[in-house]
Design a protein around this ligand. Structure first.
Ligand code: THU
Length: 136
C-alpha cells in the first residue's frame, strides 16, 4: 500500500529529471493508479518557452500511453517552494480521468497536505458534458 508520504517521495525523485533551464523551477509529479502502480513525470521546458510541459501532464500522458487511465491520487512537488498546486491547464487534463482525484502536495517541511480536484476545479467541463442524456 502506497502512502501519501511515499507518493510525495516519488514526486521528489522525479524532479531530478526535470528539464527546466529557463525557469530553474523543477517540478515532479507522481500518479497513483487504481492498481497501486506509480507513474511519475517532470516538467520539460523548451527554448520556445510556450511549448513547455508541466510535470503533471507529463505523468498523465505517460500513464495513458502505458494503458493506465484509472487514477486515485497525484502528488506534486517543486524542488524550490512548496506547496505547489497544479496549474489550470493540468487541472483540466487530470479532470478528464477522475474529477474526484486526490491531490497531494508537500507542506513547508515536506509533509503531505491533501485536497481534491473537485475543490480545485468546481463546475468543471468533462466527457459527460459532451453527451446528451437519452430518453428526454
Ligand atoms: N510547472 C509544473 O510543472 N507544474 C506546476 O504545477 C506549475 C508549473 C512548471 C512549468 C514550468 O516549466 C515551470 O514549472 C515554471 O512555471
Amino acid at each position: 500500500m502506497m502512502s501519501y508520504s511515499q507518493l510525495l517521495k516519488e514526486a521528489f525523485k522525479a524532479t531530478r529529471n526535470s528539464y527546466a533551464p529557463y525557469s530553474r523551477f523543477r517540478v515532479g509529479a507522481a500518479l497513483l493508479t487504481d492498481e497501486g502502480e506509480v507513474v511519475t513525470g517532470c516538467n520539460v521546458e523548451n527554448a520556445s518557452y510556450g511549448l513547455s510541459n508541466c510535470a503533471e501532464r507529463t505523468a498523465v500522458f505517460r500513464a495513458v500511453s502505458m494503458g493506465r487511465r484509472r487514477f486515485k491520487a497525484i502528488a506534486v512537488v517543486s524542488s524550490k517552494v512548496n506547496p505547489v498546486y497544479p496549474c489550470g491547464a493540468c487541472r483540466q487534463v487530470l479532470r478528464e480521468f477522475n474529477p474526484g482525484l486526490t491531490v497531494v502536495v508537500a507542506d513547508g517541511r515536506g509533509r503531505p497536505l491533501t485536497t481534491t480536484l473537485e475543490r480545485m476545479l468546481p463546475n468543471s467541463f468533462g466527457p459527460e458534458s459532451l453527451r446528451r442524456k437519452r430518453g428526454r
